[in-house]
Ligand binder design. Structure first.
Ligand SMILES: Nc1ncnc2c1ncn2[C@@H]1O[C@H](COP(=O)(O)OP(=O)(O)OP(=O)(O)O)[C@@H](O)[C@H]1O
Ligand SMILES: [Mg+2]
Length: 372
């Protein structure tokens, strides 16, 4: 036992040192990566992983042929999604039982070599039950491909906004709280618990993927940044991320802190509660920007029920709705210093989900459920 802890501590110290190395080279432009042939690039990634991960790395290298075979030559029929970086296919690697999701980065898309490498390095080094598992990657020729665990329930975005009556059921209240809690735990791990503290920068409904039991896992680490430590509170960086989810101070000044992620969490939680997209041009003009629509409603408890997703048809405990909206409002404060730390958000959500304030949901006239 003593030896086990000794080894664990040693490993931790080594990881801390390796992380310091990574921090010191945080401005590493990965400039050398695109030069050279396939085996040079493999060696480049392997060396970086060995340098920063000290061998504690689970992702593996795949050839283009292996991934082409896994996805039936990137068949359109196996395509499960498409984002700004490229298409995502469902597949199965020869000799393996688990299904995988294969993201083939578009050569003309927004993700470049740097984002590809940041994603490979961070997801190879960070491990938590609410982060997506990266099985491996391919960098043959000018191909850049990422291989993840396949998440059978797709993204939160699909379930909140893209469902049609008869096709799939709207998410129940308890599942919504489970998803919000898991996403907050992922951020808590990244901000406070990982050996490598990270600001995620890209929390949004499409980056929260769901397994068969509705456990959320956050994905897409290409924009993540190592968090400042010590007395330094913010980083100044080019504004990246998705419009609507970005904290206002970050969008305006490029000053990035952990509280920028807390703001994005507040936006996602509001989407989860309301079933409304952060920006929805199909709605009447006064309802297109979710935060602006919600602002007057937040000020009047009697109107809180108007914020609950109508597809819930009142099936939520009123007290939990109020608590959830209170958490959301705190995360969305314009003054970043007034936003809670994500660990406080996790505590509040765990209390909410613990059932200590559970009451039977029952629908009343205004469409909300009883008891307060
Ligand atoms: N591991 C996975 N398992 C199952 N489905 C996935 C997986 N990864 C991605 N998808 C699906 O593919 C879609 C596209 O994902 P992708 O990350 O490429 O883009 P996005 O997040 O929608 O947009 P953006 O490019 O702005 O990040 C997701 O919304 C999801 O439905
Ligand atoms: Mg994504």
């Amino acid at each position: 036992m003593g030896c086990f802890w000794c080894c664990m501590n040693q490993k931790r110290v080594e990881r801390k040192e390796s992380i310091r190395d990574y921090k010191e080279s945080n401005e590493d432009s990965f400039a050398g990566f695109s030069l050279g042939n396939d085996s040079f690039r493999r060696r480049y990634i392997t060396n970086k992983l060995a340098q920063y991960g000290k061998g504690d790395v689970t992702s593996q290298f795949f050839t283009y042929q292996e991934l082409s075979a896994a996805t039936n030559n990137f068949s359109y029929n196996l395509m499960i999604g498409e984002g700004g970086f490229g298409r995502v296919y469902r597949g199965r690697i020869a000799g393996k039982t688990d299904e995988v999701a294969v993201k083939k980065l578009d050569k003309h898309g927004y993700q470049g070599n740097r984002e590809f490498l940041v994603e490979v390095l961070l997801l190879s080094l960070l491990h938590h039950s609410n982060l997506i598992d990266l099985h491996g990657y391919c960098s043959d020729g000018d191909q850049r491909i990422l291989v993840y665990k396949y998440m059978p329930n797709g993204s939160l975005e699909d379930h909140l906004f893209n469902w049609r009556v008869g096709e799939r059921k709207p998410l129940e209240w308890d599942i919504r709280i489970k998803i919000a809690t898991g996403a907050a735990r992922a951020l808590e791990y990244l901000h406070d618990k990982a050996d490598l503290p990270v600001i995620y920068r890209d929390l949004k409904a499409s980056n929260i993927l769901l397994d068969e039991e509705w456990n959320p896992k956050i994905s897409d680490f290409g924009l993540a940044k190592l968090a400042p430590t010590g007395n330094q509170i913010h980083l100044t960086t080019k504004v990246m991320g998705t419009y609507g989810y970005c904290a206002p101070e970050y969008a305006m000044t490029g000053r990035l802190t952990r509280k920028s992620d807390v703001y994005s969490f507040g936006v996602v939680f509001l989407e989860i509660i309301t079933g409304r997209r952060v920006i929805d041009e199909s709605r009447p003009s006064e309802e297109q920007i979710l935060i602006a629509w919600a602002e007057p409603l937040f000020k009047d408890r009697k109107k809180f029920h108007l914020m609950a997703d109508p597809s819930l048809e009142g099936r939520y405990p009123k007290k939990e709705l109020h608590q959830a909206l209170a958490i959301t409002a705190m995360c969305l404060q314009a003054d970043a210093t007034k936003r809670p730390a994500i660990s406080d958000v996790v505590n509040a959500l765990e209390f909410l989900a613990s059932g200590k304030n559970k009451e039977q949901p029952s629908v009343d006239e205004d469409g909300s459920s009883e008891s307060d």
